[in-house]
Design a binder for this molecule. Structure first.
Ligand SMILES: [Zn+2]
Ligand SMILES: [Zn+2]
Length: 166
């Protein structure tokens, strides 16, 4: 996912780009149950006094499983990032901004896209906010059925007492 710095520098106005590829390295950051279906990245880039300002609007659709009941789910996250790229060697002129350096003529946006998606994804997905999960005793999905297992949490200090009362 490269943009050509020369094109941006030689343009008087901001330029728009659109990427629809999935950055390959994202698999290293997400859980193995998560499968990315689609990533759409809209890019606006403009050149101002030796810096290239880039905004990314990323939409990512993925399949995963509910952290409690393990049912499959499909989610979409959207995220926005504002970035600044500086050609390598010019770092000293840019102490007032957070920036990333680039070498040569191309700016690779893959890492920024991965960062954006990774930070937009919830730590764990739930099918519904109050998903009841799976019964730890009989294993049924408690969203669909109910069971007769006791789900009472017994205070370990009272466990002995509970045994006496059984
Ligand atoms: Zn669930
Ligand atoms: Zn049960």
């Amino acid at each position: 996912m490269l943009i050509d710095a020369r094109t941006i520098i030689s343009s008087d106005s901001s330029l728009n780009f659109k990427f629809t590829d999935i950055p390959e390295a994202i698999v290293d950051f997400i859980s193995p149950e998560t499968h990315i279906r689609q990533v759409v990245t809209e890019v606006v880039a403009r050149h101002v006094l030796g810096r290239i300002y880039v905004t990314l609007d990323i939409r990512c659709e993925y399949d995963s499983v509910c952290a409690r009941c393990m049912e499959n789910l499909t989610r979409q996250v959207e995220t926005h990032s504002d970035l600044c790229y500086i050609p390598e060697g010019n770092e000293a002129d840019a102490e007032d901004v957070d920036f990333t350096t680039y070498t040569g003529h191309f700016i690779d946006l893959s890492e920024a896209i991965i960062d954006g998606i990774y930070s937009a994804m919830p730590v764990r997905d739930l099918c519904v906010e109050d998903c009841k999960g799976i019964c730890p005793k009989c294993g049924i999905n408690l969203n669909l059925e109910s069971c007769n297992c006791s789900h009472k949490e017994i205070d370990p200090r009272l466990a002995g007492l509970a045994k006496l009362l059984e």
